[in-house]
Design a protein around this ligand. Structure first.
Ligand code: GLA
Length: 539
């Protein structure tokens, strides 16, 4: 379905839903990491004192009680000399000026305050600080060729609980990011510690291997404390919901509220925090804790937003509607297919904007209670339509609780799981990716599908209320005759000679049988390109 950019009312008739009952529960899972990191406000200029003061501030300002329990020491703690980062026994050198008591002492202090300790290293030989901050003590200190000895030092001898691993020296190792991070993960596991978490700092979605290797991974290059950079992180995370889940999340980088260099307006600070919470990003405060003002502390302390971020279901929201500058996204809360959902309206323009949402579009029927998580106020009870007027650059996150859960009909391809997805693609390794286009549903579709057995798209959680026969519609475009293989759970359908020579898409219709609850639908072509996929519908 096409949506035009209009000032008012977009979602009045889109995506109808059928009535259904709710589906059973998920169990307790891991949630996004919360805490403070030194990088944004201090860069490499850190010290034992600064880290201890940050740990103290998390407690005295009440942030630890809200869940901010990680104190992460970023780049700047290394003590390489003239390119030599290692002692005679291969252990890494520490910067004794900045950390005179050594790293174990600072980790012990963090632990003594009931908090978790995080550290930074690099998958290659040299840190990013050695390149961009001219910190020569970061040369020759990275993990490359020392994975085992560093894992033992960091997690056994020093007792850290978390590590962020950069890739600045990674390119020079001759190994892929997959190989380096997998090796490091193996070395960490080899220490016998089962509780160590790892952040993959590769400055883009690294590939689906990251889901099994890291607990979070950066989706973009570094955030800077201005609005353009905040929005860049959000945009880079828009179509990555299929890869996030309990214990593994897309990381939109550290929060900039309270960074002394910040150019964000107060409204933009509110929106920044709301978007990070809503998108299930780790919540790492990058501001200076000692100088946070009362309003900034209140932004970080919004319990209703933190609760959404820390929801046990761990479902990252997906886009249901957008223009160039306005977005609506939705996710389940607490239970897949249940009665509680969270919705965000985001107006990234310099004009106010009136959003209107047909509640059927988010599959909630009957009377729907809408709670505003940003202001912590009830909006009221709505039947059919809910709308709100947003200020320039405002993001508002709501929790919705309906009387009935309606069966979802349309699943956008750009919210699906791409098995080989990699955002930066070399011309000789084109893999399926999300692309935006004005004339496709929700302004996004999947292109470059097929051509090898593993370059497929999968809809992982297609839910129906009753087992039985359904009509599956697949909206596609195909400039020449192409084929695709559709696998519905175990059942295969070969669809051949599909062609759409004009810009108009076409709909392929199949009769399929689905089971009650969750189903998977995979689209592939092992030899050649499959058509571009816009969406599927289940009726
Ligand atoms: C890279 C990372 C940042 C920070 C610096 C440290 O730029 O992306 O988050 O860790 O390195 O040098």
């Amino acid at each position: 379905m096409n949506h035009k950019i209009k000032k008012y009312t977009q979602l009045l008739i889109s995506l109808p839903c059928l009535i259904s009952c709710s589906v059973p529960t998920e169990t307790t899972r891991q949630t996004p990491m919360m805490g403070w990191s030194s990088w944004n406000s201090y860069r490499v200029n850190i010290s034992d004192e600064i880290i201890r003061a940050a740990a103290d501030s998390l407690i005295t300002k009440g942030l630890a009680d809200l869940g901010y329990r990680h104190v992460n020491i970023d780049d700047g703690w290394f003590g390489g000399v003239n390119g030599d980062g290692r002692n005679a026994d291969r252990t890494v050198r520490v910067n004794r000026e900045r950390f005179p008591n050594g790293m174990r002492a600072v980790a012990d202090y963090i632990h003594s305050r009931g908090l978790k300790a995080g550290l930074y290293s690099d998958a290659g030989s040299n840190t990013c600080g050695s390149i961009y901050d001219n910190d020569m003590a970061g040369v020759g200190v990275g993990m490359w060729q020392h994975d085992d000895v560093d894992a033992k030092t960091f997690f056994v001898d020093w007792n850290f609980d978390h590590i962020k691993i950069d890739f600045c020296g990674g390119g020079e190792t001759g190994k892929s990011d997959y190989e380096r991070y997998t090796s490091i993960r193996g070395a960490i596991d080899g220490t016998g510690r089962k509780d160590v978490t790892m952040n993959i700092c590769r400055w883009e979605f690294p590939g689906t291997w990251a889901m099994h290797t890291g607990n979070s991974w950066r989706v973009a290059t570094d955030i800077y404390p201005n609005w353009k950079d905040v929005v860049k992180q959000f945009q880079r995370n828009l179509y990555l919901s299929a890869y996030a889940g309990p214990g593994h999340f897309n990381d939109m980088d550290m929060l900039e509220i309270g960074n002394p260099e910040s150019q964000l307006s107060r409204q933009q600070e509110y929106s920044h925090f709301a978007l990070w919470c809503f998108m299930k990003s780790p919540l790492m405060i990058g501001g200076k804790l000692t100088t946070l003002n009362a309003e900034q502390l209140a932004i970080y302390s919004n319990k209703a937003l933190i609760e959404i971020n820390q929801d046990q279901l761990g479902e990252q929201p997906h886009v249901i509607w957008r223009t160039e500058n306005q977005y609506i996204l939705v996710a389940d809360l607490q239970q897949s297919g249940g009665l509680k959902r969270t919705v965000c309206f985001f107006n990234d323009s310099d004009e106010p904007y009136d959003f209107t949402l047909n509640l059927n579009t988010v599959c909630l029927g009957g009377e729907v209670i809408v709670h505003n998580a940003c202001s912590n106020k009830e909006e009221g009870v709505f039947n059919g339509i809910f709308g709100a007027s947003l200020a320039p650059y405002e993001a508002v996150v709501y929790t919705l609780e309906g009387e009935r859960r309606l069966q979802q009909i349309r699943y956008e391809a750009e919210n699906g799981f791409l098995n080989n997805y990699k955002p930066d693609q070399s011309p000789d390794r084109a893999v399926a990716m999300y692309a935006s286009a004005a004339d496709v549903s929700a302004k996004g579709h999947v292109v470059q599908l097929g051509g090898s057995p593993d370059n497929w798209l999968q809809f992982n959680d297609v839910r129906v209320d009753e087992s039985g026969d359904y009509t599956l519609k697949v909206a596609y475009k195909s400039p020449e005759k192409r084929n695709m293989n559709i696998v519905v759970n175990e059942e295969q359908y070969a669809c051949t000679d599909l062609i759409t020579p004009t810009h108009e898409g076409k709909i392929l219709t199949l009769n399929v049988s689905l089971q009650k609850g969750s189903n998977t639908i995979r689209i592939s072509n092992s030899e050649q390109f499959a058509p571009d996929i816009d969406y599927i519908e289940i009726i």
